[in-house]
Ligand binder design. Structure first.
Ligand code: FES
Ligand code: FES
Length: 159
């Protein structure tokens, strides 16, 4: 099968890219310069490549790029900026939930998807939501706490 051109909206910006039939969304996003989307395992085990695909959190290494034509993709970088960080990004940075940072983008995306559907998650619901995201540095405690802090800020309208 030949390569095909697909159109995506990535973090609000229209992009086009020629993809091979077996290219993954992860590969396409990296090629488009989304370096916040990490390639950890390429088999769905680590969550480092998580993005929102039309609002749903997916491991982009498990999605064929060719199937995403016309979709909207949001990566961690699309949630906020250094000057105007998302509540989750702020809570992760302030709460020591980022160490090497490799897992962070995927964690934030999984947490965003959780808070979008459940603004007041319990600790166990947070644990479940990030169960597909591996972190080899933090021991998860600060990450769970940061998500709780961000949920509280969002509920108080401080986002
Ligand atoms: S790189 Fe996609 S889940 Fe690990
Ligand atoms: S901060 Fe290093 S893997 Fe999570």
């Amino acid at each position: 099968m030949p390569s095909r051109m697909i159109a995506l909206t990535v973090n609000g910006r229209g992009r086009e890219i020629l993809v091979k039939p077996k290219a993954t969304l992860l590969q396409a996003l990296r090629e488009l310069g989304c370096t916040d989307v990490k390639n950890g395992c390429e088999k769905g085990d680590c969550g480092a490549c998580a993005v929102l695909l039309d609002g749903i959190a997916v491991n982009s290494c498990l999605v064929l790029a060719g199937q995403t034509d016309g979709s909207e993709v949001t990566t961690n970088a699309g949630l906020g900026t250094i000057d105007h960080p998302h509540a989750l990004q702020e809570a992760f940075a302030d709460g020591g939930a980022v160490q090497c940072g490799y897992c962070t983008s995927g964690m934030v995306i999984s947490a965003k998807a959780l808070l979008d559907r459940n603004p007041e998650p319990t600790e166990s619901e947070i644990g479940q939501a990030i169960s597909g995201n591996l972190c080899r540095c933090t021991g998860y405690g600060q990450i769970i706490q940061a998500i709780q802090v961000a949920a509280g800020s969002q509920r108080r309208g401080e986002e």
